[in-house]
Design a protein around this ligand. Structure first.
Ligand code: F0G
Length: 465
């Protein structure tokens, strides 16, 4: 029922967004070589390229900005942030960073070792990239249900496959596994949650072999909400009780605070290990800024201290998760194939099932992203053949990923369900006419394949005679 997802806030300030014509969008697409990363945000009507750094701040966060203490060392704002982090994570030490990937770098530098394995459910690109640059072997061991975008609903498609993890430890020897990292929720396969049981069991398995267990906590509160709703024994626990239990199993966590922190910039490196903290602090000093600001202004620290708490508010989370589900439900009603159940921060449309006649090497999900922008000025993002494609290092041949989707990421507290209805009707029309669409050809990619989607250029393949 629609009223159940109504916003638990009033809109106090608005930002105008521009409606454009299809002819204009076609021109901009051509100029952008059919890569929506190259389109100006002002020419986007509803921007669903990411949920990161795009949240609307509350009146309390804006008020907190004014309290920002910009002192180089020992700023008052840092201690407020520390307190907020301790409250939510139940962990003692925090090092702020300018955004999540800087914390990823610290995590990789401290925990990923050259020639050794970093096992995860499904690592996010920026930890993976940092670890690979440092020579680590990065492995994803997501459960099979999570890898198959057409699999029936499962409550925790972000879970790690404990058997595969155990087997790798057994085969390679625990001394060759440098870290196990769990990403909650799991971004790359649909914003799918990880169960508490899976976090607990993975951490026990890692501990048994003296392998450090760590968490990528970008969407920790959304994950906690799913645990509360879907896992036995958590219905009567508060979100904070759940987050504290989640982090009780790990030594260190990193967070891009641009997601569940409800701020536009910032990251966190959080640990219970005092030695690890010292290492992180020194890395911060050379790469980020002094310990008590880590590349952020005092006002950013203040807004984050408040945002973390608001992001873990149960009424907010109920609205948030149900708004994303609203979009998923409406698309399903039109027969549009999505990853089910709908995840925490977006709806992931299955490109191969949407355009079954477009082979993966002709970028079906990218074609859908282009069609959605062209028809409705809505910008989503491809997570498929272009973003996750790789090349065989010896033959240079393309390797295509298992997951082939278009992600429609929903910014927090930004769009109403009316905006989502626009997406539904546009996608519905494209779906009805899906047979008329042809694939795409990649005509430019930068030197690093894993980063090619940001600057790639495409052409539309001509319609068949
Ligand atoms: N970890 C996860 C799970 C993420 O989703 C992201 C960013 C990061 C780390 C890196 O954080 O952007 O603050 O440096 N995800 C964005 C996205 C970019 O669109 O999903 P960051």
């Amino acid at each position: 029922m629609r009223f159940m997802t109504a916003e638990p806030f009033r809109i106090k300030m608005v930002e105008k967004i521009k409606k454009t014509t299809k002819a204009e969008r076609q021109e901009w697409l051509k100029e952008a070589r059919y890569n929506v990363f190259q389109i100006k945000a002002e020419n986007v009507y509803i921007d669903c390229i990411t949920d990161s750094g795009t949240s609307a701040m509350s009146n309390e966060q804006w008020a907190a900005l004014m309290l920002g203490d910009e002192s180089y060392a020992g700023s008052k704002s840092f201690y407020k942030l520390q307190q907020s982090v301790q409250d939510l994570f139940g962990m003692p030490y925090v090092q702020p960073t300018h955004q999540g990937r800087a914390a990823d770098f610290m995590m990789a530098k401290i925990y990923a070792k050259p020639g050794k394995y970093a096992i995860g459910n499904m690592h996010f690109d920026t930890f993976r990239g940092n670890a690979e640059v440092l020579g680590a072997l990065v492995v994803d061991h997501l459960i099979d249900e999570g890898k198959d975008t057409a699999s029936p609903p499962h409550p925790f498609k972000g879970n790690i496959d404990l058997k595969k993890m155990d087997k790798l430890i057994e085969e390679k020897g625990p001394e060759n596994i440098s870290v196990v990292m769990m990403t909650v929720t799991c971004n790359n396969n649909g914003g799918q949650p990880v169960s508490m049981q899976n976090i607990r069991e993975a951490s026990l398995l890692a501990k048994k072999h003296r392998i450090p267990f760590v968490i990528d906590a970008a969407r920790m509160s959304e994950n906690a909400y799913f645990i509360k709703k879907r896992e036995d024994g958590y219905q009567n626990k508060s979100i904070k009780e759940i987050t504290r239990e989640m982090f009780s199993y790990c030594e260190t966590a990193i967070m891009s605070s641009k997601k569940d922190g409800l701020v536009n910039i910032g990251g966190l490196f959080i640990t219970r290990n005092a030695e690890v903290l010292k290492h992180a602090q020194q890395l911060a000093i050379v790469h980020e800024g002094y310990i008590t600001y880590g590349g952020l202004a005092g006002r950013d620290l203040e807004a984050l201290a408040v945002g973390l708490q608001e992001g873990a508010d149960e009424q907010y989370l109920e609205y948030r998760i149900n708004q994303v589900k609203y979009l998923g439900d409406r698309l399903r009603e039109k027969g549009i194939p999505i990853i089910e159940p709908t995840g925490g921060h977006g709806v992931y449309v299955d490109g191969r099932r949407f355009f079954p006649h477009i082979p993966q090497h002709e970028f079906p999900s990218q074609r859908l992203v282009v069609a959605l922008y062209e028809e409705a000025g809505v910008r989503a993002v491809e997570l498929g053949a272009c973003a996750f494609g790789s090349k065989d290092p010896t033959t240079g041949k393309d390797i295509f990923p298992e997951v082939e989707v278009m992600r429609i990421a929903i910014s927090r507290r930004v769009y109403t369900n009316n905006h989502l209805d626009v997406i539904v009707s546009a996608l519905g029309e494209i779906y009805e006419q899906r047979e008329k669409y042809r694939g795409m050809k990649l005509v430019y990619e930068g030197p690093i394949t894993s980063l090619r989607h940001f600057t790639a250029g495409f052409e539309l393949l001509p319609a068949e005679e």
